[in-house]
Design a protein around this ligand. Sequence first.
Ligand SMILES: Cc1ncc(COP(=O)(O)O)c(C=O)c1O
Length: 390
Amino acid sequence: MDFDAALADLEAAGLKRRRRVVRGLQGPVLDVDGEPMLAFASNDYLGLASHPEIIEATIAAARRCGVGGGASHLISGHHEEHELAEEALARFVDLPRTLLFSSGYMANTGVIPALVGRGGAVFSDTLNHACLIDGARLSRAAVHIYPHGDLATLEAMLARNRTPDKIVITDGVFSMDGDIAPVPEMIALCERHDAMLLVDDAHGFGVVGPGGRGTLAHFGAKSERLLYMGTLGKAVGVAGAFVAGNASAIEWLVQRTRTYIFTTSMPPMLAAAIRASLDIVARDEWRRKRLVEHGRRLRAGLQCLPWALPTTRTAIQPVLIGSNAAALAVMRELWERGIWAPAIRPPTVPEGTARLRITFSAAHEEAHIDRLVGALREVAEVCIAGADAN
Ligand SMILES: Cc1ncc(COP(=O)(O)O)c(C=O)c1O
C-alpha cells in the first residue's frame, strides 16, 4: 500500500483526523497542547474520572494486587477483584449475572458472534455504534438494517425471517443524538418473533434511570430475552464494560466469547476502581440532576439561534447545523474562543445533519454553560453573516 498517497487523499478530502495531546487530570477545562480549553467533548459524564476516592481505591488495589491482570480469565488471570466487580455490577443493574470486558468495543464484537452465527440473523438500527456493526459483521449472520427507531419496519423484517437464531441489537442511548431506544416495545417485538435483544447502554449507564441504573431501569424493562451491555469508561469514569443477563446466557458467553477468552484480563486494580466508582454513581444523585440542568440551560440560552437543539434527557446534546462546512466552521470558531466541541459529519451521522456534539459533565459549572452559550451566539452571527455574504 502507498501509505503516503492514501494519507494525502484523506487530507485532500478533509477526512484526516488528528489527535490532540491532553495533559493532567480529566475535568471541564483540559490542558491541550499547553492551552486551557473548556471541553464539551468527553464522555466522563459524571465527572468521576479524576475523583479522589476512586484514585485512592485504585492505588490501594495496585498495592494489593499489582498493576497487571497476568493472564486471560480462563487461564490464571481471573482475580477476586474481577469477581467482586461482577457481583457489584449484577446488584447494581438487578440482573442475575454479569461478565467484565476490557472495553465496550470488545464486548460487542465478541458477544454478538457468540450468540449468532452463519445461518442466523441480526437486526440493527441504522444509527447503532460502530462496534455493534462490527460485531454483527464478525458473526457471519445475515445483517438486516432498519431505519432509526422504526419499529414497524423492524417488525416486518422479523416477521418475514424464518431463521431460528435472531437477535436485535440497539444502542440504549444513541451516541450522536442522545435519544433513548424504545426498549419495552422492542422487548414485546422480540417476544412475538422469538428473538433476543442486546441493548448497548454505553451512554445511558450511570446517567439515566433511577440511581443511574441505565436505560432498562429507566423503563423498568425486564425480559429473559435481554442482554444488557454497559460501559465503564464513560459515566463510571474508569475503563472496560460488562454484559449482564441470566446466569445461563452469561455462562455461555464465558465459554464462547473470543474477545473474553483470548485476551489478558483487565488489571484487577481497575476492577477495584469500578467498584469504588459504582458507590459514587449510586450515591451522588446531584451529578445526574446537573446534567439535565445543563441541557435545559443550554437550550434556553440558544432558543434564538437558527440551529435545532433537540430536547434530550441525557448528557448528549446535538446542535444541528446542517452542512459539513458550516459545522466545521462553528467548531473552529469555538476553538479560537477556547472551547472544544467536536463537529460530527456524515457518514457518522445522516447526510445534511452535520452537527456539534456537545457532551456535558457533572463537573461543568453553570458559568461554563453560560460561556458556551455566549460563544455560540457570537459564532452564529459570524457564520450566518459569512453565509449571507457568499
Ligand atoms: C454506543 C457505544 N457502544 C460502545 C462503545 C465502545 O465502548 P468502549 O469505549 O468502552 O470501547 C462506545 C464508545 O466508545 C459507544 O458510543
